[in-house]
Design a protein around this ligand. Structure first.
Ligand SMILES: NC(=O)c1ccc[n+]([C@@H]2O[C@H](COP(=O)([O-])OP(=O)(O)OC[C@H]3O[C@@H](n4cnc5c(N)ncnc54)[C@H](OP(=O)(O)O)[C@@H]3O)[C@@H](O)[C@H]2O)c1
Length: 250
């Protein structure tokens, strides 16, 4: 039986992905900063472990406690919506600590065992913000686009050793806790010069177009982890798929 370790399983896409792998008969190690398994199915194939991807000692302890892993899903992430000009550099660094360096640190912690067994898959969750430019998310887009380049390069060297590295690019998912979890960080980042523009942008978000669900993302992460292909990019959700198709047609 195969084992998947997933980061950021307390809510949203990570929680849905943990459920999806479990439903497909996998052992799941659902990690989260503050362990609570109320939302996860009670099962001897479902373990929760504490993991903060910004803390090296937390990563080492979780990977040690997890034992052998076949699939690592780097899903944990934080968002930020605001005028870049008004965004403190400390906040930019906070984004990169989780969305970028957290993914890299988890990869370094798990890759050696995959390399030794010459098998396994690492799935990095980025965003549809890497497929087309959106306003007021410059720092967030930078943190995710770095992982797009990182993953594309790493996939080449890892393939030599029998390990696959993949990108899942989810679309806009208003059903997760993403906006609520970022609310405090975003406070005051729409300053007066940007207020009218931001209002138009927010009205566009509320415009009722297609959006992405946890089920869309979980299914695409599972596909990336199990299809056995060399494919790198997996857009997840109808809005993300439309953006990926538009980019491919350019
Ligand atoms: N929702 C969207 O519109 C959207 C669109 C494109 C991409 N994404 C990406 O999808 C992924 C999942 O987001 P979501 O929408 O499901 O949001 P979410 O409901 O806020 O889930 C994010 C998860 O990441 C965890 N997390 C945050 N910082 C962490 C850290 N330092 N260490 C470990 N875990 C940490 C959170 O845990 P805590 O409970 O501990 O905070 C939470 O479990 C993220 O990478 C996000 O960037 C989201």
């Amino acid at each position: 039986m195969k084992t998947a370790l997933i980061t950021g399983c307390s809510s949203g896409y990570g929680l849905e992905t943990a459920r999806h792998f479990h439903e497909h008969g996998w052992n799941v190690i659902a990690t989260m900063r503050t362990p609570a398994n109320g939302a996860l199915p009670p099962s001897d194939r479902m373990r929760t472990l504490a993991l903060d991807v910004t803390r090296p000692e937390s990563i080492a302890a979780a990977v040690e406690a997890a034992g052998p892993i076949d699939v690592l899903v780097n899903n944990a992430g934080i968002g930020l919506l605001g005028a870049f000009e008004a965004t403190p550099m400390a906040t930019v660094r906070e984004l990169f600590e989780t969305n970028t360096f957290g993914v890299m640190a988890m990869t370094q912690a798990v890759l050696p065992q995959l390399r030794e067994r010459r098998t396994g898959v690492i799935v990095n969750v980025t965003s549809s913000a890497t497929l087309a430019a959106f306003p007021l998310v410059a720092a967030y887009t930078a943190s995710k686009t770095a992982i797009e380049g990182f993953t594309a390069s790493l996939a080449l060297e890892a393939a030599e050793l029998g390990v696959r590295v993949k990108l899942v690019e989810p679309g806009y998912g208003p059903g997760t806790r993403f906006a609520a979890n970022g609310a405090a960080r975003m406070n005051g980042l729409i300053t007066p010069p940007y207020a009218a523009y931001a209002q138009r942008v927010f009205a566009g978000f509320a415009g009722g177009g297609p959006v992405t669900t946890g089920a869309d993302v979980a299914a695409e992460i599972f596909r990336a982890a199990t299809d056995g292909s060399e494919r790198l990019h997996y857009a997840a959700g109808p809005d993300a798929v439309a953006l990926a198709e538009r980019r491919a047609a350019r």
